[in-house]
Design a protein around this ligand. Structure first.
Ligand SMILES: Cc1ncc(COP(=O)(O)O)c(C=O)c1O
Length: 402
């Protein structure tokens, strides 16, 4: 059962992020700002390296396992269903290349609304005779029913973004998960825009694999990510790359070769390779402690309410909010303008001017697919929403007189 929302606890979250004293920050879909605790954890790690050099490596491994467990907890998985990655594309490619493909097998996806990194991974398999079934988007949504309709006996994978990076609508993952499980199709999600903000339960949603990086909703650094792979699926997968942490070495030292007749590590651990990014792990371990305390079951409705208030406010100002009236499709992202292929400017000059006005007034946001993108996390509050709406109102009043 959901815990009651305790806004006081979440209001306190903001105080951990010093950048918010200077910025109205609505850009977590690009990257988060860092908390003081994350900075302190990194400083401690670096100080230890600088002052003590060869610290006992067991401490580093303890850090890795602690963070693995915390990530597992955050998404409702077991620790041995989690692997360490560099970023999202690393995790997606790990799954794509670990499947025992046969010529004529297929994967279904909606490329228009995926990040390119969840398209290239599949295009790259065409040379092995894998068919990439491309399903058109529907009004900015990934049409889950159409994906299911295109599945057949040769479909091995369905892949979707849990929330698209633009226009930022939530995908109906639960319905897709059910359909995939019935057909023994592996459901792989790109969770860049959801984990850390939206409550994620891989078991309830019947997600088989999930890839995420740590610099967005997880409130930590670039260059690191996690891959979840459901144990039953992981045991059917053979990683394309293999290194010592992906092998079951028993009690042997990590530097020993073990048997030539190697055994893959259990579950998703087989995807781990060599040494870990210990610094980035220290960072995300600290931010996940905070996220688990704030609790995504509370964060999600809190952020959704702010997002809906922002969308409603824009609509009242007469601005075109993608998707119109806020509904379940809006979770943490509001996009404004007209969708196009442009990532650096809005198609309509007026929205570029609005963007410039906001940035000049210390609002951080992005332009993606021609849309002004506002993305929120636990550290935002209603004052942020009101400030952005106030600045937009001010802009419209002036710009209308041009
Ligand atoms: C939905 C989505 N997928 C993937 C990425 C990035 O992938 P990677 O971590 O491989 O750079 C982003 C944004 O950076 C994204 O928004």
């Amino acid at each position: 059962m959901n815990k009651p929302i305790e806004p006081v606890v979440l209001a306190e979250a903001r105080s951990h992020f010093p950048a918010l004293e200077r910025w109205t920050y609505m850009d977590v879909s690009a990257r988060s700002v860092l908390s003081r605790e994350v900075r302190a954890a990194m400083d401690a790690h670096l100080d230890d390296r600088m002052l003590n050099g060869a610290t006992d490596k067991d401490q580093f491994f303890a850090l890795v396992e602690g963070a693995r467990g915390r990530f597992a907890q955050l998404i409702g998985a077991d620790a041995d269903e989690i692997a360490y990655t560099k970023n999202i594309s690393d995790g997606l490619n790990m799954i794509a290349t670990a499947i025992d493909w046969h010529r004529g097998d297929n994967v279904v996806l909606c490329p228009e609304l995926e990040h390119p990194n969840n398209v290239y991974a599949w295009l790259n398999l065409q040379r092995y005779g894998v068919e990439v079934r491309m399903i058109p988007a529907r009004g900015g949504h990934i049409p889950v029913d159409a994906l299911v309709e295109r599945m057949d006996a040769r479909t091995r994978v369905a892949t979707v973004a849990t929330v698209s990076f633009a226009p930022g609508f939530r995908t109906d993952v639960d319905t897709l998960g059910k359909a995939c499980r019935e057909r023994d199709v592996l459901l792989l999600v790109d969770a860049a825009q959801s984990v850390g903000v939206l409550h994620t339960d891989v078991q309830a949603s019947k997600i088989d694999a999930l890839s995420v990086s740590t610099q967005k909703g997880l409130l930590a650094l670039y260059g690191m990510g996690y891959l979840y792979c459901r144990r039953a699926w992981a045991e059917r997968l053979h990683p394309a790359y293999l290194a010592r942490f992906g092998v079951d070495l028993g009690d042997a030292h990590e530097a020993s070769l073990g048997s030539y007749d190697f055994k893959l590590a259990s579950g998703a651990r087989r995807f781990d390779l060599g040494n870990y990014n210990f610094l980035a792990t220290a960072a995300v371990d600290a931010s996940m402690k905070q996220l688990l305390e704030w609790d995504t079951r509370r964060i999600e409705p809190y952020v959704r309410d702010l997002t809906h208030a922002l969308a409603r406010g824009f609509l009242e100002l007469g601005l075109p909010v993608a998707g119109g009236e806020p509904g379940p499709h809006l979770t943490k992202i509001v996009t404004v303008g007209v969708m196009s292929a442009d990532h650096y400017g809005a198609g309509d000059e007026r929205y570029n001017r609005l963007y410039e006005h906001l940035v000049a007034n210390r609002v951080k946001l992005s332009i993606r697919r021609g849309l002004l993108r506002f993305s929120l996390h636990v550290y935002n509050n209603m004052e942020d929403v009101e400030r952005v709406l106030g600045l937009s109102r001010e802009f419209l009043a002036k710009d209308g007189k041009r």
